[in-house]
Ligand binder design. Sequence first.
Ligand code: B1M
Length: 211
Amino acid sequence: MADILQEIATNLYDGEDEKVAQLVQKALDEGMSPQEVLNDGLIAGMDVVGRDFKAGDLFVPEVLIAARAMQAGMDVLRPLLAQGNVPTVGKYVIGTVQGDLHDIGKNLVKMMLEGAGFEVIDLGVDVEPGVFIEAVREHQPKVVGMSALLTTTMVNMKATIEALEDAGVRDSVKIMVGGAPVTAAFAEEIGADAYAPDAPTAVEIARQLAE
Ligand code: B1M
C-alpha cells in the first residue's frame, strides 16, 4: 500500500479528522483515484477500528472519534463519488424502531457501514413501520436495518417486518436487526434475515447480504 494511504488509515484510527481531510486531498492531488483513497485509505483504516473494537481494544468514544475522521475524509471525496464513477457497495436503510429514542449504537452501525462503502439512508429514531415502507419504495436498498434498545420496543421490529410484508416489499430486501436486548433467536423468531451483536459484525454481515 502507498505510504500516504497507510498514513490516512493510521490518522483515521487516531481520530485526526483535519489531518485525514488534508491527506485525502493530497492523495487526490497526487493523482490517486477516489476509489483507491476510499478503499485502501479510509475503509482500510475503519476496518482496523472495527476489528479492535470487536476485540475490546477500542471503546465507543474512540470509535466515534475515528468515525468523525472518516466523515472528514468522506467530505473531501463525496463530490467525486457523487459524480457516479465510484460504485457504492449498496444502499442500506437504517432506523431505530417506533417508540425508541436510543441512537448511539445505531449511529455507530451507520458510520461503520459508511466506512465500509455503503450508502446509508438514516431514518433516525422512533421510526414508524410506514416510514420504513416508504424508504424501501423510494431507495430500493439491499438491506434494511432496525435497532432497538428497549425490551418494550423490540416488538416493533416484528410489527415493521409484518408491515413490510403487508406492503408487498418484504422480499425485495434483506432485514438485519440489532441492539442490546436483541438476540439471534429473537431475530429468527420474527423473521429477520440477520442479527448482528455489534457494529463491526453488522458491517461483515451487510457485506454478505449485499453480494
Ligand atoms: Co436508556 N435505557 N432509556 N437512554 N439507556 C437503556 C437501554 C437501559 C438498558 C438502561 C437500564 O435500565 N439499565 C434501559 C432499557 C431496559 C430494557 O428495556 N431492558 C433504558 C431505559 C429504561 C430508558 C428509558 C425508558 C428511561 C426512562 O425514561 N425511564 C428511556 C426510554 C426513551 C425511549 O427510547 N423512548 C431511556 C432514555 C435514554 C436516553 C435518552 C437518556 C439515552 C439515549 C440517548 C441516545 O441514544 N441518543 C439513554 C441511554 C444513553 C441508555 C444507556 C445508558 C446507553 C445506551 C447506549 O447508547 N449504549 C443504556 C444502558 C446501557 O446500555 N448501559 C440505556 C452504547 C451503544 C454503543 O450500545 O446501543 O447497544 P448499543 O449498540 C451496540 C449494539 O447493541 C449494536 O451495535 C452497537 C455498537 O456495537 N447495535 C446494532 C445497535 N443497534 C444495532 C443495529 C444493528 C446491528 C447492531 O443492525 C441494524
